[in-house]
Design a protein around this ligand. Structure first.
Ligand SMILES: Nc1ncnc2c1ncn2[C@@H]1O[C@H](COP(=O)(O)OP(=O)(O)OP(=O)(O)O)[C@@H](O)[C@H]1O
Length: 690
């Protein structure tokens, strides 16, 4: 196996992922049982009924791409409760169908949590806690070295030791690293992209060949330009303060006309329903048009994708780009990298929309799909390549992509990519043979959060005179999201969740949990409660992930239980509620998660369960985020915030928790986790990304 096994997510362990609910583990000492029927082989069989379901659910027709009027299908179908759920191998077809969670099973379930993390001292110190709970052997391996220097072992010295170490051990044996988000890395990362790529996708992979070919998105113009309406608060964006730092920043533009884009682009903008620029677009578009490098930070759902796509396309059009044709080696002008498959797909759809009617061809490639399919997409022509880091490096290694013509490199959710350990891959990318130096290309980084430390490191990718645009409070939550924090202990969470979901009715809701297993568990539980639910997380096959997203997007399952894999970037119409069943380990992640609602001027609600046993470290940054977003802060939370000692947190709870400035200004501020940068744990160290 090559040093990096980007496809290992779908190795035998992963592709046949079945939530393992060993009776022993889930039988509480107090006698609570967690009865489950072991999955029989027939249950696991991807039989005709399942395939039928795919077809019926519109998956095969590609409906899961693009937007549709939510009103069409935003009905919770209680009669087919298991409908969207049973399709996933992880659920109904794999051992869950006959199982029933008995009364009192919660302690059985939660016992797992406590075994895995509650004793974890790091958690109480406020360090990143994720991963302790979701200890897939693969996840317990560390990516070593890398851009950010040494990483603490995920589990060393934490928790009760037993579980972690044994699992960690098995991870070592397999030499795999899994987690973070979606891509899988093995070995130490030394030039690994190359050897993996040379080794091929499956030739040196022990698992089955990845055969999944995502359905093509609909080609008709209506689907390409389908969009949802901006919300009542869209105009309020104008009042958001914007800070640009760096030298000689070009002035902001106020209208699309001022951008002087070509007619085709203007037509596409109009067809997309854009009439007014959002603040990040007002500032970023002229900066990018002027050829400057940019690090931009703007609130979730405020149009960052168009902020980089439009000026890049404008440049391409202006430069008279030639239509790319079939060639074994394609040399795109632009590469856009993002951390998750779903996000990269979404960016691709936006690129396809804005390049409609031009000769610019956008292509998307991501892990969990057949490598041959990615190659076939590329060789047909490629000007803009949207890719996840792993698949990108594979394709480069296979010499299907040459980098000589790259003029634009975009890192979306850049902080996350670096923070989650893709720094080495990004470094390899920029030092790949043929890749123009940073002086010769334009590099753009976007995110809603940019902790100081990451800012500093990210700057290695940019020219020294890059501009930094901060729209509103960097790392701040979108004010259009009404945030509520409830004190809910582990044992009461499920009951509370059901109560809230019943009150919510048919409104589209994302429920975030901390671990993959819990995502399966909660989704199953909700289905049994007759709340039509699906789930998305990194142990689900890509096909299932896309199915889940489609079922959620089109209202078949109005509840989506997700790990942080869905926290960033996903732009789904009409998500009215986000529920943090488990709070994430960092406040950044919280901001991204709740940003799945309240997008583009629409309003949304976020409810978070705050567990006094495990979430106290978030109290301070949470108070800060709530205050900045002009939300009510519960007195109890403020009290915890004041009384909780966090090393390095010297200010009041209303102090400067965020790196709210361009780090080149030299201010030493606290990062978004509420730690001083030097003390801040890298969330990757401890977390299981999804
Ligand atoms: N100027 C505009 N007018 C109308 N709609 C817009 C405009 N700009 C963006 N949108 C729409 O707003 C939605 C959110 O945009 P986008 O996904 O780019 O946000 P984002 O800032 O990248 O969010 P996140 O931080 O969550 O990734 C999309 O549906 C997009 O099409």
């Amino acid at each position: 196996m090559g040093d990096e096994d980007w496809e290992a997510e779908i190795n035998p362990h992963m592709s046949s992922y079945v939530p393992i609910f060993e009776k022993d583990r889930y039988s509480g000492e107090n006698g609570d049982n967690f009865n489950r029927t072991p999955a029989s082989s027939s249950e696991m069989d991807d039989g005709p009924s399942r395939r039928d379901h795919f077809m019926k659910s519109g998956f095969a027709s590609g409906r899961n791409f693009g937007n549709r009027d939510a009103g069409e299908c935003n009905k919770r179908d209680n009669t087919s409760t298991m409908g969207g759920f049973g399709v996933g191998k992880s659920f109904g077809n794999r051992g869950f169908s006959n199982s029933r969670f008995e009364d009192g099973d919660s302690s059985g379930f939660w016992r797992e949590s406590s075994n895995d993390c509650e004793d974890n001292p790091t958690r109480n110190r406020g360090f990143s806690k994720r991963g302790d709970n979701d200890l897939d052997p693969d996840e317990c391996m560390q990516r070593t070295g890398g851009l950010f220097g040494s990483r603490r072992p995920v589990l060393s010295g934490t928790g009760n030791g037993d579980t972690s170490q044994s699992r960690s051990g098995s991870g070592s044996e397999r030499g795999g690293y899994k987690g973070l988000n979606e891509e899988v890395i093995t070995g130490s990362g030394k030039n690994s992209w190359k050897s993996e790529a040379e080794g091929g996708e499956s030739s040196d992979t022990q698992g089955p060949k990845v055969t999944y070919i995502p359905p093509p998105p609909p080609e008709d113009e209506d689907s390409i330009f389908a969009h949802y309406q901006t919300g009542i608060n869209f105009d309020k964006y104008d009042t958001i303060l914007v800070e640009v730092s760096g030298h000689d920043a070009p002035p902001a533009i106020l209208t699309f006309e001022e951008a002087n884009l070509c007619q085709t682009l203007n037509n596409n903008i109009a067809k997309a329903g854009y009439t007014k620029l959002t603040p990040v677009q007002k500032y970023s578009i002229p900066i990018i048009l002027a050829g400057r490098d940019l690090m931009a930070c703007a609130q979730t759902g405020s149009g960052k994708t168009a902020a980089f796509l439009l000026p890049i396309l404008a440049h391409m059009m202006h430069d008279g780009i030639t239509a790319s044709r079939f060639k074994e080696l394609q040399e795109p002008e632009c590469i856009i990298v993002a951390p998750t498959r779903e996000l990269v797909n979404q960016i691709y759809l936006e690129a396809r929309k804005f390049s409609f009617g031009t000769c610019v061809r956008a292509v998307v490639i991501y892990g969990g799909t057949q490598l041959g399919h990615s190659i076939r997409q590329i060789v047909q022509g490629c000007n803009i390549l949207c890719a996840t880091p792993g698949r990108l490096m594979d394709i480069i290694g296979k010499e299907k992509i040459g980098l000589k013509q790259i003029k634009y490199l975009v890192l979306d959710e850049a902080d996350r990519m670096l923070d989650m350990g893709f720094g080495p891959e990004m470094k390899k990318l920029i030092s790949c043979p043929g890749m123009p130096s940073k002086e010769q290309r334009q590099t753009l980084m976007f995110s809603a959060t940019f902790p100081e430390e990451i800012q500093r490191l990210a700057a290695e990718f940019l020219k020294s005179n890059y501009l930094f645009v901060a729209v509103g409070q960097v790392g701040g939550a979108c004010r259009d999201v009404q945030q509520t924090v409830l004190q809910v202990g582990q044992f009461s969470k499920r009951e509370k969740l059901v109560e809230i979901l019943r009150n919510i009715g048919d409104e589209r809701t994302m429920v975030f949990v901390e671990t993959k297993k819990k995502a399966d568990f909660i989704a199953t539980f909700l289905c049994q409660e007759k709340i039509s639910t699906t789930s998305i997380h990194g142990d689900r096959e890509q096909r299932e992930r896309e199915q889940a997203l489609g079922d959620f997007r089109f209202g078949k399952c109005p509840v989506l239980v997700a790990t942080s894999v869905a926290a960033r970037g996903l732009d789904i119409e009409n998500v009215q509620h986000v529920i943090n069943f488990d709070l994430p380990s960092t406040i950044d992640e919280y901001v991204h998660r709740i940003g799945r609602t309240g997008r583009c001027g629409n309003t949304g609600r976020a409810i978070s369960f705050f567990d006094l046993e495990s979430d106290n470290h978030l109290a301070q940054p949470l108070v800060k985020v709530l205050t900045d977003a002009q939300q009510d802060v519960p007195a109890w939370l403020e009290e915890i915030a004041f009384s909780t000692y966090i090393p390095g947190f010297s200010g009041s709870t209303r102090g400067n928790v965020f790196a709210s400035v361009d780090t080149r200004k030299g201010k030493s501020t606290l990062n978004t986790a509420g730690f001083s940068s030097s003390q801040a744990p890298n969330p990757v160290d401890d977390e299981s990304w999804d």
